[in-house]
Design a protein around this ligand. Structure first.
Ligand code: NDP
Length: 295
């Protein structure tokens, strides 16, 4: 029997419907949760992401600001923008869209963001607090979204062996931290693989849950998956497709058709992890606004 599809689209819609009354409730108390996104330069993919974030924010009734700066913006000018957002009471959370132009030190910029407004969860303080299992930290949106996808689709995380392929700071590492936490959505046994892992298929086949985030189209084949495993495909890769209007289509890091014959459940690309990412950013922003209201 082919694997059950875990629809990130449906779960994200369900979560956003739950967030909406919480936004209304905060507004009734005079606080409109506000998210700002800073975009430097004209990277087309970043422009699309930023537009999607602003639209999702407004749809939920939250305040949204997009600050677009030219490619030639200096590091000091960007830091001054960060300082203004840190001090702006209408903005409860903000992020600087990555990648930044080469002449800007991303680390310095990330360090300047107030951890209480760092809804992307990339400030080292949030990274550290997620790593030690602090429930008040802001986890990065993508792995946080994967954790919610698993929980909401009834996948047993507690006690399961989760194999993660990819150790980036955006996905793989924080994913491991979240699944190791000593609470609901955690308590997994976690293995993290990367490009130096020996006999990768032997390791991936150990996973009750296999999470793949490497950025290589269709890399994980059916024989790398344990029969009955749950497969979460974070990868988003463009492959040429002359039949499509855009000339390309999106595929994951997992060979979906083959995996579907082996796994018990699987996320599609698109429509899997992707829609959860923005939802978790909104979720973190709402938490930031709520904490701001309490202080
Ligand atoms: P990075 O390029 O930062 O990291 C890739 C990781 O994969 C590295 O740890 C690398 O190992 C590992 N890797 C690469 N090749 C292999 C291999 N042959 N065998 C084992 N491990 C390998 O990527 P990201 O984490 O930023 O993104 C991964 C994918 O997820 C991309 O397709 C990206 O587009 C997608 N993504 C999707 C999001 C969404 O919202 N849906 C959000 C973020 C990312 P090493 O460390 O040794 O180099």
């Amino acid at each position: 029997m082919p694997a059950r599809i875990i629809s990130g689209k449906d779960i994200a819609a369900e979560m956003r419907a739950e967030l909406e009354p919480q936004v209304v409730e905060l507004k009734q108390r005079g606080i409109t949760p506000g998210l700002a996104v800073v975009l430097v330069g004209e990277d087309p993919a970043s422009q699309v992401y930023v537009r999607m974030k602003a639209k999702a924010c407004e749809k939920l009734g939250m305040h949204s600001e997009t600050i677009t700066l030219p490619e030639a913006t200096t590091e000091d000018e960007l830091l001054a923008t960060v300082d203004r957002l840190n001090a702006n009471p209408a903005i409860h959370g903000f992020l600087v869209q990555l990648p930044l132009p080469d002449h800007i030190d991303s680390e310095r910029v990330l360090l300047r963001i107030l951890p209480t407004k760092d809804v992307d969860g990339f400030h080292p303080e949030n990274v550290g607090r997620v790593a030690v299992g602090d429930p008040t930290a802001f986890p990065p949106a993508t792995p946080f979204g994967v954790q919610h996808l698993l929980m909401r689709s009834g996948v047993q995380i507690d006690g399961s062996h989760v194999v993660i392929v990819g150790r980036s700071n955006i996905v793989g590492r924080p994913m491991a931290s979240l699944l190791l936490q000593r609470r609901k959505g955690g308590n997994a046994t976690v293995t993290v693989c990367h490009s130096h892992t020996k006999n990768l298929p032997d390791v991936t086949r150990l996973g009750d849950i296999l999470i793949v985030a490497i950025g290589k189209a269709n890399f994980v084949t059916g024989d790398m998956i344990r029969p009955g495993a749950v497969v979460i495909d974070v990868g988003t890769n463009r492959v040429d497709d002359p039949a499509s209007e855009k000339g390309y289509r999106l595929v994951g890091d997992v060979d979906f058709e083959a995996a579907q014959q082996v796994a018990s459940a699987i996320t599609p690309v698109p429509g899997g992890v992707g829609p959860m990412t923005i939802t978790m950013l909104l979720y973190n922003t709402l938490q930031a606004a709520r904490r701001w209201a309490e202080n």
